[in-house]
Design a protein around this ligand. Structure first.
Ligand SMILES: Cc1cc2nc3c(=O)[nH]c(=O)nc-3n(C[C@H](O)[C@H](O)[C@H](O)COP(=O)(O)OP(=O)(O)OC[C@H]3O[C@@H](n4cnc5c(N)ncnc54)[C@H](O)[C@@H]3O)c2cc1C
Length: 414
């Protein structure tokens, strides 16, 4: 392969794809293109620790030596506008171009915008990049009142972090509960109760209809019920949209993301796509999904590298995710889609409990709060295709371990 692999997007997916190509023995050129002027960094700490610590630095995913030592041509500060499909090259600024044999689109997603009056005021921010996190850190250190639009993971992580730093924080969520799209109602209400106990104000079932400002700076968020919430900082965390435009313009099929098959190939076989931007038929639920998690980005990246070097395995990684909201470590494994019965273990009063979700007798997901053992066991059980009995779930980790070991000791029948 003379032109090798070009990867657009140097986030969790793109960096892992570059690393995995080398781990898989790919010895052609690998070019990794990122639009930021930083070494690629971990995003999860941004909403959890970075914004509260004036000394915090970005956490690089890999040191500089990793790129040079593995002959990965990392090109920061470069935005790609166009793929020349017929010529198998990317058009760069000026007259330059970059040819590829395989192209991996790892372009991620960007914050959804809220079309309300005042959204352009200074002090209104979304969090996706280190630059956004720096801005939030600076603005929050000089303000008393913060309004967060959206009660999803990122909004609530920021709410807990800024509240712990002494700010008055109000979360406004349009749905009637927090984390509505992503976790069981019992978890959403537990999170709400604990955040409220720390002094975070939470409004559900309402939205902000406009933002008011003074001298171009935000001063208040006004709800649809007419309540005026003072705010020197407004954070919009109402979800993300996939960065599909580059693919779309090249005629690659998209539908809520860049559509990929089980080997991460798009409708153009030389182009693969991975991470937040990739939409695929999930091996577990049969639905088309686009998952936004570090696990999904890195596991798809590993598979894309294997596809390029000639393996044919299909994507079958068990999905998992975590979020730290104040004193709650939330961990999710599997997908709850279609779950029809559930078992709760542990105590909400102790801030330690898990919900096991089943379809019939088949374990499909576990959601945990401060019960990392349940989560880790869940990952092992689901990877092995093992569903525990409900009695074993209730009996606890030792029973689950024993039953899983017994299941794995039985040779598979052909
Ligand atoms: C604040 C925050 C906290 C998070 N916390 C968690 C967590 O606790 N647990 C978890 O599992 N996940 C978490 N996530 C989600 C996780 O970070 C994402 O799922 C992951 O970053 C997806 O990786 P990616 O490589 O697909 O996309 P990204 O990381 O978004 O990387 C894509 C990159 O491609 C660039 N790009 C796009 N188009 C072009 C172009 N045309 N030319 C050049 N560059 C381009 C983008 O600007 C971006 O830098 C969090 C995300 C954020 C923002």
């Amino acid at each position: 392969m003379k032109n090798g692999v070009v990867i657009v997007g140097a986030g969790h997916a793109g960096v892992q794809a570059a690393a995995s190509l080398r781990e898989e023995g790919f010895d052609g050129p690998v070019v990794l293109i990122g639009d930021e002027n930083e070494l690629p960094y971990h995003k999860p700490p941004l909403s959890k620790t970075f914004i509260k610590d004036s000394e915090a630095k970005p956490q690089p995913m890999r040191g500089e030596a990793f790129y040079s030592g593995n002959a990965i041509d990392y090109r920061p500060g470069l935005w790609i506008d166009r793929i020349d499909l017929a010529g198998r090259k990317l058009e760069l600024a000026g007259a330059a171009s970059l040819a590829f044999d395989h192209l991996i689109l790892a372009t991620g997603s960007r914050p959804r915008k809220l079309p309300i009056a005042g959204i352009e005021l200074q002090g209104v921010v979304s969090l996706r990049s280190i630059a956004d996190a720096r801005l939030i850190r600076d603005l929050s250190s000089n303000c008393t009142d913060v309004v967060i639009l959206g009660g999803g993971f990122i909004g609530l992580e920021i709410a807990a972090t800024l509240r712990a730093g002494g700010r008055n924080v109000t979360v406004v969520e349009a749905a009637d509960r927090l984390l509505g799209r992503v976790v069981a109602p019992a978890i959403g209400s537990h999170v709400r109760q604990r955040l409220e106990a720390t002094g975070v104000r939470i409004l559900t079932g309402t939205t902000v209809s406009r933002l008011d400002g003074n001298d171009g700076r935000v001063s208040a968020a006004v709800t649809q019920d007419g309540e005026r919430l003072p705010a020197q900082l407004v954070i919009v965390g109402i979800g993300v949209i996939p960065n599909v435009e580059l693919a779309e313009a090249a005629g690659v099929t998209t539908s809520n993301g860049i559509c990929v098959d089980a080997q991460m190939r798009t409708s153009q076989p030389q182009i693969l796509s991975i991470g937040d931007v990739a939409s695929y038929r999930h091996w577990f639920t049969g639905n088309d999904v686009r998952l936004e998690s570090v696990q999904n980005a890195t596991d798809q990246a590993r598979l894309a590298a294997r596809t390029i070097v000639g393996h044919g395995d299909a994507y079958s990684a068990v999905p998992w995710f975590w979020s730290d909201i104040g004193d709650m470590k939330l961990q999710m494994v599997g997908l709850t889609t279609g779950a029809d019965n559930h078992i709760a273990v542990g105590e909400t009063s102790e801030n330690k409990f898990s919900i096991y979700h089943f379809i019939g007798d088949r374990l499909v997901a576990i959601e945990s709060v401060n019960r990392p053992t349940d989560h880790m066991m869940g990952r092992k059980m689901m990877a092995a295709g093992f569903s525990p009995t409900k009695a074993a779930v209730t009996a606890g980790a030792d029973a689950l371990k024993a039953d899983l070991a017994a299941y794995q000791a039985v040779p598979a029948t052909t």
